[in-house]
Design a protein around this ligand. Structure first.
Ligand code: SAH
Length: 257
């Protein structure tokens, strides 16, 4: 298996964590997209309880906190991301309303019907879209909202190279209508769906990685895992440039029925 075909999941977690700690965001997104998704949600007050699942270092969480009332708990598997998350909250003087904790999205520390809003940008793929929507639903109050973003196919058919790459990375990748139907089936009213602009991948995600990749390779000269990680990221960025008409990132907003 050459490095291009190696799954990101097989590459050392500490290295991935160090690599992505360099960025404000760990997936495709932007502040205006977070604010747009928030515009479909109308139930929030100062008393609201919100979680941001797979929050990373909290780029989108801080935007959320600055544009919505309520208390937010960010949850991520990696302690280093949570450390940076809480430092970011303090820097922005949001520490009274925003707290990051280490934990896993398959064992969330909430009571049934405790939450007004579940947020999850670019992270639900770790548990799978359908499983996440189904398992997290019980934590929401009646008429509570869920807002998640993940990758989708834009066309019914696509070239084999890109088809294989994304099916291997995320077997649940599918078209937008299929995802909307899954949301309805899981017990949510699909309130809105929109496609993230291209700059969320290019300017905000792949381009900031270029200089970090150079520094990373310099620092980890001869380290195969580090080289594989950079090769994988470069390959993914190249595929995006080549095949972006076939796929992209999509936000789905649903309300618990
Ligand atoms: N929401 C952030 C980060 C997206 S990257 C953003 O949009 O910028 C995906 C995140 O999911 C990473 O921070 C990763 O550490 C986290 N993650 C992976 N598996 C997880 C799990 N089982 N539980 C919680 N977080 C997880």
């Amino acid at each position: 298996m050459n490095s291009e075909n190696q799954s990101i999941h097989q590459i050392d977690f500490d290295l991935i964590c160090e690599y992505f700690s360099n960025f404000e965001r760990q997936g495709p997104g932007s502040p205006d997209v977070t604010i747009k998704a928030l515009s479909f949600i109308d139930n929030l007050t100062d008393e609201s309880r919100i979680t941001d699942i797979g929050c990373g270092t909290g780029g989108q969480t801080m935007v959320l906190a600055q544009n919505a009332p309520g208390r937010i708990t960010g949850i991520d598997l990696f302690p280093k991301f949570i450390e940076l998350f809480n430092a970011n909250a303090r820097k922005l003087n949001l520490q009274d309303r925003v707290e990051g904790i280490t934990g896993s999205m398959d064992k969330l520390p909430f009571q049934d019907e405790e939450l007004d809003l579940i947020w999850c940008e670019g992270a639900i793929y770790n548990i799978g879209f359908e499983r996440g929507l189904n398992e997290w639903r019980k934590f929401l109050k009646k008429r509570g909202y869920i807002a998640v973003s993940e990758i989708a196919w834009f066309t019914e058919e696509r070239p084999e190279e890109i088809n294989r790459f994304w099916l291997d990375a995320y077997a649940e990748i599918d078209t937008i209508p299929k995802k909307v139907a899954q949301m309805q089936k899981a017990g949510y009213l699909p309130v809105a769906t929109f496609i993230l602009p291209e700059y969320c991948w290019t300017v905000n995600y792949y381009e900031p990685q270029v200089s970090i990749q150079e520094a990373f390779l310099e620092r980890y000269k001869g380290n195969k895992a580090a080289e594989d990680l950079v090769a994988f990221q470069r390959h993914e960025a190249e595929l995006y440039r080549k095949y972006k008409e076939y796929y992209g990132y999509v936000f789905y907003i649903g309300r618990k029925i």
